[in-house]
Design a protein around this ligand. Structure first.
Ligand code: NAD
Ligand code: UD1
Length: 340
């Protein structure tokens, strides 16, 4: 049987690279398309090194119709996993047009190219950000959608485009995957999250404090209605998240269907629980100060992940200790001895 070929947009990014490794290990052919605006080309060799397989890499942009035309013209693509996008919430608020252009227009260009070449199987990276704050904090797929920032709006708008495409043409198979808080790194320490500058997100920030690159963590509020007063989130190991893509793809191809699923663990953890787990696992200290709440934050956000389990048997396996250990290995190992 010939191998299926998967185009991964945003393939050299954090989630794309981990998903690429698992696709290669499951014997898919992988083509990565990335404009390298938020990742580095050496990720390609790292993915090849972990998997022992070759990857095709195209440096290009999903907003470039000519580039997309060539990619589809020159390669027998069976399905697309669409990760390419901008994801910094604060940046989206200050640069809305850039976010709508990249995330919404870019996605539309991609879907048009897919349609032209008859490639109608797609997984899309959506986010828990599409849910409104319902005051409870546990979200299932039917929870109300009401994003509160530009980044979340771009995800909601692309979801809506995809719902309309499916309604107009039943031959599309679309997987809308709503991620909660992806953290951790590949256990090899060869790939991981590599944010530019000072991280916005909790886990990479903790890792930089533990390594001494930053002096302390600011904990954004300890007066939330949660057991220790700090925010509760659903942290999911990147390996579990990547596996969720493979299971979704397999399910959609086997059942010839579309899905919308949460990918989370269903286990909320507080900021301080994560700090203490990190300290315990790595034996490093993570000094912190309690500061004001961050604008736009909610108290509690975690998944009801039962649909993904019922439909396709997927559930998260890694706990927060493993998330911390793998983040730390990447933080230390990648910056020291790793030369490919
Ligand atoms: P990332 O920034 O590491 O990866 C995204 C990749 O897309 C980068 O390599 C970037 O260079 C590339 N890219 C951006 N715009 C592009 C364009 N126009 N053309 C080609 N390539 C482009 O981010 P990630 O964490 O791997 O996230 C992947 C996807 O998942 C994004 O769409 C993001 O919004 C979504 N998501 C991420 C999280 C998270 O916490 N990491 C949570 C929910 C959803
Ligand atoms: C944020 C985004 C969300 C995006 C997700 C990607 C906001 C409002 N939401 O989610 O849209 O999909 O990242 O992973 O930005 N915290 C601190 N100190 C820090 C950093 C974070 O105390 O320096 C706290 C936050 O208040 C929150 C928790 O840690 O309670 C997690 O924060 P973060 O990692 O930024 O993720 P989210 O806010 O859940």
């Amino acid at each position: 049987m010939t191998k299926k070929t998967i185009l991964i947009t945003g393939g050299t990014g954090y989630i794309g690279s981990h998903t690429a490794v698992q696709l290669l290990e499951a014997d898919y052919q992988v083509i990565m398309l990335d404009n390298l605006s938020n990742s580095k080309a050496d990720v390609v060799q790292r993915v090849e090194k972990i998997s022992g397989k070759k990857v095709s890499f195209i440096q290009g942009d999903i907003r470039d119709d000519q580039c997309l035309h060539q990619v589809f013209q020159n390669n027998p693509i069976d399905a697309v996993i669409h990760f390419a996008g901008l994801k910094a919430v604060g940046e989206g608020q200050s640069q809305p047009m850039r976010y709508y252009e990249n995330n919404v227009s870019g996605s539309l260009s991609l879907f048009q190219a897919m349609q032209s070449f008859g490639v109608k199987t797609l997984l899309f990276s959506s986010s828990a950000t599409v849910y409104g704050d319902d005051g409870v904090g546990k979200y299932h797929e039917q929870s109300a959608l009401s994003p509160s920032n530009v980044y979340g709006q771009t995800k909601y708008m692309v979801e809506q485009i995809l719902r309309d495409i499916q309604a107009s043409d039943a031959s599309w198979r679309v997987g809308i995957l709503r991620y909660f808080n992806p953290v951790g790194a590949h256990p090899s320490g060869y790939i991981g999250e590599d944010p530019n500058g000072i991280p916005n997100n909790l886990m990479p920030y903790i890792a930089k404090v533990a390594s001494g690159e930053l002096t302390h963590l600011n904990v954004f509020g300890n007066d939330y209605p949660t057991p220790d007063g700090t925010g509760l989130r659903d942290y999911i190991h990147i390996q579990d998240l990547a596996a969720g893509h493979l299971e979704s793809l397999r399910y959609m191809l086997e059942k010839n269907t579309s899905i919308t699923v949460n990918l989370g663990t269903g286990q909320p953890h507080s900021v301080l629980e994560l700090v203490h787990a990190f300290e315990q696992v790595t034996e490093q200290s993570v000094p912190y100060q309690i500061t004001q709440r961050r604008a736009g934050d909610v108290a509690i956000c975690y998944a009801d992940p039962s649909l993904a389990k019922t439909l396709m048997g997927w559930q998260a396996k890694y706990n927060i200790q493993q998330m911390c250990a793998d983040t730390w290995r990447w933080q230390t190992y990648s910056k020291t001895i790793l030369k490919i």
